[in-house]
Design a protein around this ligand. Structure first.
Ligand code: ADP
Ligand code: ZN
Ligand code: ZN
Length: 748
């Protein structure tokens, strides 16, 4: 027999599977990980097919044998191999690269091993009687008494109770009273204490109706739903009920959340309902934890997986359900190669594995809602909050009027007053601003010079150190470069260096000035670097130690804190003014989501939105939490403006440290495309625009960036052109990298 092996090396020379002989006694199957000789090296690989020797097109004497098998069980389920093939095809990457998505990185590189521990089990009938006989050996007697209840205990556990027990245990083993053995321990990402068990509350009519429309489909192993439920409608309980039914059917489930910040809360829900049948997967776990959680899933001990984007590749066998919470979030698009979309991957897994897909959001993406209207998804709505709680009352504050009235603070008079009322009545508030740092740019009043990063074409942000003004730094949000803020202008030498724009740090400081002594927590990328930082900060707020939570989009969605009755949006225009056709969609989502954090329990919530554009329809519909109105408006704007989903935006992005080379390569790509279109009139008809330009951010980390932008009608005729685009990326070389992106998350 012969095995086809894809080697775990990303290079176009080895993109195809190679044949290897299977040595006597080895029994690899499709999906097994093996090591094989490749040239003079030995490399890892995956068995992707098995064949008879006489099906080969070369004589078997020429083949070399597989060196060894790597795991006791095939690491890849057949469905995951097919999935990898599909992703490789769709994102135009080598199969080996797509396969890497399917395993924890540390497992692939062999950096991580299973963890073993020694444990001790009693083997005699009456430990007490034996202990009594050991007057001369009190340590042994003590150990026997500890083991008397018959439970197996680890050596580590016993060492905490008895000093250096190893020798005594050996003696007991020799006397035939106990048995020492090795067992595997799973490194756990959960705290010491177990979640308090919870049971399903009586469901609301909205939840029951939603389940009535989705459960029958799940029982048949089919269905793709868009669950549109307003904030606070109790969507989590619907996921829990579906997962519970999946377990009863002997099936597993994957629940995706858009950010690591949201995993602790979701994991708590699921662990309190399903205990250790729940596993968690995300990038902040240690290598050991991720490996062990992965194996708990692969071995079927954990049937429910909660995690961030990459958990979509969890090796759940007999999958019954995938839920994508807050499906509108951009974080479901991978920002690294291969650039997969977790929603598409989910859809394809569900179809292939006979599972039900639930995309869920209070503000579905324009794309998903349009697909639901077209019939690709079944729309299920939950228009009411739990217990008929009202949606929060939203007030829009015109910040231009505040300025006219002489208020130069970043807080309006109304927001200050509401904050005071909220804090006085013992409740909690959230303040949202989608920018971190203190001031967002630094410039010279005399000559207009703006301090920019040396390596990137963006202005630098001032980050303040509350304890030490000398430690203030300017930081680049793209590459992280830092420098000391200038005291005089580097261009003209004037002293009139001024700081403009506000970030979360400034909100925090103003808050402390206005309300001295009120404890706050700030959540943004800067404060959540540590492994457990998210969970710790949220815990401070959840337990009431902090009264005000200040943060960026990280706090906008999903969080459920019953005691929050006030939400303040410090500057609603920030996202609205971004140069992106999705800026309006993002603003609407963000505002609706933050507003939804208020008034989730008995006391009704209030929201204050501060803006310089109070009349803007996007802000207005968000304030009314009127998704339909917003959708209709935005959908027709996209139709007239010829934006996705009516068209595809694609680009070839060229990056090089040398600006001339980037520019020349870009023009060359542009010319190639033009030539191609002239000779292909059918595709030219489907192409609305081809433009060669500098990218909006012309330089990042020292790399100059140019791109060729295309706008195409989304039509099968366009697909040869898209293939051409992806083929053109092979013109990349050491000095000049070319990337092909279709409807990417951002087009910086
Ligand atoms: P959503 O995700 O739709 O914004 P959540 O799932 O976070 O809403 O639920 C909002 C709040 O309502 C939570 O505090 C939750 O505990 C509570 N809740 C949900 N379902 C019920 C129910 N059937 N009975 C009582 N409380 C519920
Ligand atoms: Zn100057
Ligand atoms: Zn930079």
């Amino acid at each position: 027999m012969v095995a086809q092996v894809v080697v775990d090396v990303v290079h176009s020379n080895v993109a195809k599977p190679f044949s290897y002989l299977i040595p006597e006694g080895m029994e690899p199957v499709v999906g097994s990980r093996v090591t094989v000789p490749l040239g003079r090296r030995t490399v890892d690989g995956f068995v992707v097919g098995l064949a008879d020797e006489n099906q080969l097109d070369c004589p078997p004497e020429k083949l070399r044998p597989i060196s060894k098998m790597l795991d006791e069980y095939p690491a890849l389920l057949p469905a995951m191999l097919e999935l990898a093939r599909e992703i490789a095809g769709e994102t135009h990457c080598p199969l080996s690269e797509a396969l890497r998505l399917m395993l924890p990185a540390a497992m692939r590189t062999g950096r991580i091993k299973q963890k073993q521990e020694t444990c001790v089990t009693l083997t005699c009938a009456d430990a007490e009687a034996e202990a009594v006989k050991m007057k001369r050996a009190p340590k042994r007697a003590m150990l026997l008494r500890l083991l008397a209840d018959g439970r197996t205990r680890s050596l580590a556990e016993l060492s905490q109770l008895v000093k250096d027990p190893r020798e005594s245990l050996k003696a007991l083993e020799e006397a035939g009273l106990v048995r020492l053995s090795q067992r595997e321990v799973f490194r756990s990402p959960y705290g010491e204490e177990d979640e308090k068990p919870s049971t399903q509350p009586p469901l609301t009519p909205g939840q029951q109706e939603a389940l009535d429309s989705m459960l029958p489909a799940m029982e048949r192993g089919e269905g793709a739903f868009l669950l549109h439920g307003v904030t606070g409608s109790g969507k989590t309980e619907v996921y829990l009920a579906m997962a519970s039914r999946a377990l009863e059917m002997g099936k597993g489930a994957i629940i995706l959340v858009p950010e690591i910040a949201l995993t602790p809360q979701m994991v708590r829900w699921f662990r309190s309902r399903f205990g250790p049948a729940t596993a968690v997967l995300h990038s902040r776990l240690t290598d050991g934890q991720r490996y062990d959680e992965w194996r708990r899933i692969r071995l079927g001990d954990a049937r429910i997986v909660v995690g961030a984007r990459s958990a979509i590749f969890a090796p759940v066998e007999d999958l019954g359900l995938i839920v994508i919470d807050e499906e509108h979030e951009q974080t479901y698009l991978s920002d690294k190669h291969p650039r997969y979309d977790a929603r598409r991957v989910a859809h394809s897994r569900c179809r292939r594995e006979g599972a039900t897909l639930v995309l869920s959001s209070a503000t579905p993406s324009i794309l998903s809602f349009a697909m639901a209207r077209r019939g690709d998804y079944t729309l299920v709505e939950m228009p009411k909050r739990v217990a008929d709680r009202p949606l929060p009352a939203v007030t829009i504050v015109d910040m231009r009027k505040e300025l006219e009235a002489g208020n130069r603070s970043i807080f309006s008079a109304l927001l200050i007053q509401k904050l005071r009322e909220c804090l006085d009545s013992g409740q909690q508030a959230m303040l949202f601003l989608n920018r971190r740092g203190f001031h967002t740019f630094v410039s010279c009043r005399s000559c207009g010079y703006v301090v920019k990063c040396d390596a990137c074409d963006v202005s630098m942000t001032l980050h303040r150190d509350a304890n030490d003004p000398a430690a203030d730094r300017l930081r680049c949000h793209l590459c992280g470069a830092e420098r000391v803020p200038p005291e005089t202008c580097p261009e003209c030498g004037s002293k009139y260096i001024r700081f403009f724009g506000s970030g979360t740090q400034r909100v925090e400081e103003e808050m402390h000035k206005l309300f001295p002594g009120v404890p706050t927590v700030r959540m943004d990328i800067d404060t959540t670097k540590g492994r457990d930082a998210h969970a710790r900060l949220l815990d401070d707020f959840g337990k009431g130690r902090a009264k005000v939570l200040i943060g960026t989009q990280m706090i906008a969605k999903g969080l459920d804190f019953p005691n929050v009755t006030l939400v303040g949006v410090v500057a609603a225009d920030m996202t609205l003014n971004l140069p992106d056709y999705r800026a309006r969609e993002r603003t609407f989502q963000l505002l609706t989501q933050v507003a939804g954090r208020a008034g989730r329990a008995q006391t009704p919530g209030q929201v204050v939105i501060q803006t310089y554009k109070p009349e803007d329809a996007c802000i207005q519909t968000a304030a009314q939490q009127d998704y339909r109105a917003f959708f209709e408006m935005e959908f027709s704007r996209r139709r007239t403006g010829l934006y996705p989903p009516f068209t595809l935006l694609a680009r070839l992005l060229v990056e090089s440290a040398n600006e001339m080379e980037a520019q020349q390569m870009n023009e060359r790509l542009y010319d190639t495309l033009q030539t191609y279109l002239i000779s292909h009139p059918l595709q030219k008809k489907r192409t609305l625009m081809v433009r060669a330009d500098a990218a909006p951010v012309k330089r990042i980390r020292g790399q100059y960036r140019y791109h060729v932008l295309l706008k195409l009608f989304d039509h099968p005729d366009a697909s040869p052109l898209l293939s051409l685009l992806s083929e053109l990326t092979s013109l990349s070389d050491e000095r000049c990298k070319i990337y092909c992106e279709v409807n990417p998350a951002t087009m910086m």
